[in-house]
Design a binder for this molecule. Structure first.
Ligand code: NAI
Length: 305
């Protein structure tokens, strides 16, 4: 299995480490920035030697090195700075993602593409547009990160291991994300058995703002420890045909009453990519919020030249 990671920055290089460490395949690490990928790859080689795990990685600044990849992860582009929203990255990153999509279509026409670059849902939509791949082959990582953050905050609030907490986050990976308390359980028990409405609302808000909070402390760049793990989780689901149910940004074609928009929803993931989009039974206010979330994305999409 050949797995190419485009963008050897914080998220890309750390994701490469997890993927190599797990032995998921041969990794190609790519970056336009001169010998950056080469330097990261050598460092990772030392790390693997130290751990005693096999090292299967090459590095390049030539995009054609992704030729015949089975999986391509796009982590190339700008990350936000303090005070910025993910949506404000649109203009800068749309050009990068367009060029990369055309290169992927040319060199790796049978690949499954995992998009990470922000603003996530719009970038996923652009990759679909420019590769013209089947919608099951292109999806974005974001909802699983938001779900992990929600899980962590609930775990702290109820003092139960995060391993026993199941969370669901849908909608955009952005300002209008929708963590869903009605689909959140602590070892099968509904969240409202543990927390009152005010406490839940506070956790929802903190989940939505977690990325911003991290960026404000980092000063430059955005989160990468949790994001890179979430990338590796998706690669693993495909490489090992795991049939996992994970939230990703996927193209909706009538599901949830929405069409022609990539947005976060739970999906069944396996060796062929998205094997099923799972439709939760949303109530009226959840449906309205998801529809509004989709409208905010459409407004962004129309801004792209
Ligand atoms: P970073 O700045 O550390 O790395 C980005 C890398 O992309 C740089 O090394 C740069 O040289 C490279 N690059 C730029 N244009 C390229 C091109 N055309 N081809 C190959 N490489 C290119 O940024 P970081 O922290 O790794 O984040 C990357 C992206 O992922 C950002 O857009 C960020 O907002 C996004 N992100 C998304 C998350 C999600 O949940 N979807 C979570 C965290 C970050």
């Amino acid at each position: 299995m050949k797995i190419s990671i485009v963008g050897a920055g914080n998220v890309g290089s750390l994701a490469a480490f997890h993927i190599v460490r797990e032995g998921l395949g041969e990794v190609v690490l790519l970056d336009v920035a001169g010998a950056l990928a080469k330097g990261k790859a050598l460092d990772l080689e030392d790390a693997c030697a130290h751990l005693g795990v096999p090292y299967h990685m090459t590095a390049s600044d030539d995009i054609s090195a992704l030729r015949d990849s089975d999986i391509v992860v796009i982590t190339a582009g700008f990350a936000r700075k303090p005070g910025m929203t993910r949506e404000e990255l649109l203009d800068k990153n749309a050009h990068i993602v367009k060029d990369l999509s055309l290169a992927i279509k040319k060199h790796a026409p049978r690949s499954i593409v995992i998009v990470v670059t922000n603003p996530l849902d719009v970038m996923t939509y652009l990759v679909l547009r420019y590769t013209a791949f089947f919608p099951s082959k292109v999806f974005g990582m974001g909802p699983s990160l938001d779900a992990a953050r929600f899980r962590n905050l609930i775990s702290q609030a109820v003092a139960v291991s995060s391993r026993d907490i199941e969370t669901t986050v849908i909608g955009t990976h952005g300002e209008s994300m929708l963590p869903l308390p009605r689909f959140t359980y602590v070892k099968g028990i509904a969240l409202d058995e543990f927390l009152d409405d005010k406490q839940v609302q506070s956790l929802l808000q903190r989940t939505k703002e977690r990325g911003k909070e991290i960026v404000s402390f980092l000063g430059t760049g955005s989160a990468y420890f949790a994001p890179s793990l979430c990338v590796a989780e998706l690669v693993s689901a495909i490489a090992k045909d795991q049939k996992r149910t994970i939230g990703v940004s996927a193209l909706l074609q009538g599901e949830y009453g929405l069409k022609n928009v990539c947005i976060g929803v739970p999906c069944l993931l396996g060796g062929s990519g998205i094997e099923k989009i799972i439709e939760l039974k949303l109530n009226g206010s959840e449906t309205a919020a998801l529809t509004q979330s989709a409208e905010s994305l459409r407004a962004l999409i129309t801004r792209i030249p």
